[in-house]
Design a protein around this ligand. Structure first.
Ligand SMILES: [Zn+2]
Ligand SMILES: [Zn+2]
Length: 103
């Protein structure tokens, strides 16, 4: 068993998580599940111009983005999830700069 696991197929981060025998980090596995789930959701119309909104995955939540004006729609609770995820990433980059000082 490798100490640091293998590189995630999708983002290249070290992981021991696997999906279909390929190394995929938990974050990417979650995002891929979300993408599948998003595909079965109804397409929303933009509240501004009525154009169809496209599903996107951002910070482990599914958002609806308008193709016309670029407006973004969040479901209830998604803003909080995004904020927590951003804080988590910021924290991780902080701690990794402590453990891996520039040579
Ligand atoms: Zn990944
Ligand atoms: Zn729009």
């Amino acid at each position: 068993m490798k100490l640091f696991g293998e590189k995630c197929n999708r983002c290249g981060v070290r992981t021991r998580n696997k999906a279909d025998d390929a190394p995929v980090c938990e974050r990417c596995a979650t995002e891929m599940e979300l993408a599948v789930a998003a595909g079965s959701e109804d397409v929303r119309s933009c509240p501004v111009d009525g154009a169809d909104m496209k599903k996107e995955i951002a910070h482990i939540v599914v958002i609806d983005r308008c193709c016309e004006c670029g407006g973004v729609w969040l479901d209830a609770g998604e803003l909080r999830l995004i904020r927590e995820d951003v804080e988590d990433m910021a924290l991780r980059s902080l701690t990794s700069s402590f453990t891996l000082p520039p040579v």
